[in-house]
Every structure is written in structure tokens, then in C-alpha cells.
Design a protein around this ligand. Structure first.
Ligand code: SF4
Length: 234
């Protein structure tokens, strides 16, 4: 098991310098756009968002979050008492609402079993991640989002945007590689830093949405085009 996998602080790997150079460029291109999960955001709201965003766009999640807030249900105590049907109606804009209501229920039960949300989020990151992965409806990406953004412990989040951007740049284990391979690629190469990793994930999402789009990427506006083997129209 590598240091990254067993929770120790990994030494920067051979790709560390190149990765950091790419991430610095992303920061220069996109930090001004801001991000939905600010450092002071409510951990429970982050978790609800991380579950509701599965298989849908963030704009749909925002509508569901607005409905939860308007109903006064954006707290673990209130949501815990909501009948399943009421919760389903409130989160309906996020799609797959019955399944997602069950996932939220499973998370509420998990928090309850640990004595509350604060206690759950205080569990050391590797144990917390394993616990989350053992909870119905929580996969690796959602678990890492919760560990990184709600618990504020370093656990690199990988998503389709991350794979696309780095594969186009000729970095990483390949777009079809397993989640764990990508996670290890970043965690072995970058110093363990929850705040920095939270910003990196946000920057990657912004880059993939605004410039490195799936179809017709806007390479002309990308400051990485000089080092990107996939750049269009160079
Ligand atoms: S140059 Fe184009 S393909 Fe390469 S990272 Fe930038 S937007 Fe993506």
C-alpha cells in the first residue's frame, strides 16, 4: 500500500512539478469565477449537494437546495423528521428523487449512528471514507467530496472533468482508468493539503465547463495550449 493510500503524507512524485504548473495556470484562468462550495459553507448542505448532484447538472441541484431551504429542511434534525414523501417532493428537481431521498436517508442514519454529523465528520479521513463507501448510495466521488469539502480532510476528488482535462494534457493514467488509479496519481504527486485540493477540484470543473468542453473546446482562450498535445487550432 502506498503512503497516499494508507493516509500518510506522500512525497511529491515525478509529475508533481508539472501538475502544479498546470494547476497554477488553471488558477490564473478561473479563480475569478468563484465556486459554489465556499470555505465557510455549511457541511450538511455540502453533503446534501454532493448526493443530489449524482447524474444531474448543478443547476437542477440548486433548485432542490432552494426548495429545501425554503421549507426549513436544510438541517439534519429537520430532515431526519421529514416523511419520505415530503423529502421526495422537495428534492424532485434534482431527478431520481425517490432514489436520492433513500440515499439522504441512509446518510442521516449513518450520522445518527455516529452520534451526529459533527462526530461523523471528525472521524479520520481513511476511516471516514471507508465508512461512507459502505453506505448505500455513496460512491467514491461522493465520498471524496464529503471528506474533502465537508470534513475538510485531504482526499482528492476525481470526476469526468478531471479525467478529460488531464488526459487531453497527456497526464495521468488515461481517461478509461479506474477511479482509484486517478486518485492515486494526484495524491502521490501533490503535497497533502485539503484547502489546495478543494481549490484544484473546483478549478478543474470550471476549466472543463468553460474552456476544455467535451465538444469543441475553446483552446484559443486556454493558456495551456502551448503544452497541450490535444490543443485544437494551434
Ligand atoms: S488547450 Fe484545449 S484541450 Fe488542451 S487543456 Fe486547454 S482547452 Fe483543453
Amino acid at each position: 500500500m502506498s503512503k497516499a493510500e494508507d493516509g500518510g503524507a506522500p512525497a511529491p512524485g515525478p509529475d508533481g512539478a508539472r501538475l502544479r504548473a498546470v494547476l497554477a495556470q488553471l488558477d490564473a484562468m478561473h479563480r475569478w469565477r468563484g465556486w459554489v462550495w465556499q470555505p465557510g459553507a455549511d457541511p450538511f448542505e455540502i453533503i446534501v449537494g454532493a448526493i443530489l448532484v449524482q447524474n444531474t447538472a448543478w443547476t437542477n441541484v440548486e433548485r432542490a437546495l432552494d426548495q429545501l431551504r425554503a421549507a426549513g429542511a436544510m438541517s439534519i434534525a429537520v430532515m431526519d423528521r421529514l416523511p419520505a414523501e415530503e423529502l421526495e417532493v422537495l428534492i424532485r428537481p434534482s431527478g431520481q428523487y425517490r432514489q436520492k431521498a433513500r440515499k439522504l436517508r441512509a446518510f442521516l442514519d449513518l450520522a445518527g449512528a455516529h452520534g451526529g454529523l459533527r462526530e461523523l465528520l471528525a472521524v479520520p479521513k481513511d476511516e471516514l471514507r471507508t465508512t461512507l463507501l459502505g453506505t448505500w448510495g455513496i460512491g467514491p466521488e461522493t465520498a471524496d467530496c464529503i471528506v474533502l469539502y465537508a470534513s475538510k480532510q485531504p482526499s482528492f476528488v476525481v470526476d469526468a472533468y478531471t479525467k478529460r482535462v488531464f488526459s487531453r494534457l497527456g497526464l495521468g493514467p488515461g481517461e478509461d482508468a479506474a477511479y482509484g488509479s486517478w486518485k492515486h496519481f494526484f495524491e502521490a504527486a501533490l503535497p497533502s493539503d485539503a484547502e489546495a485540493w478543494a481549490a484544484y477540484h473546483a478549478l478543474l470543473v470550471l476549466h472543463a465547463k468553460h474552456l476544455c468542453r467535451k465538444r469543441a473546446p475553446l483552446c484559443g482562450g486556454c493558456s495551456l495550449r502551448g503544452v497541450c498535445p490535444s490543443a485544437f487550432g494551434r
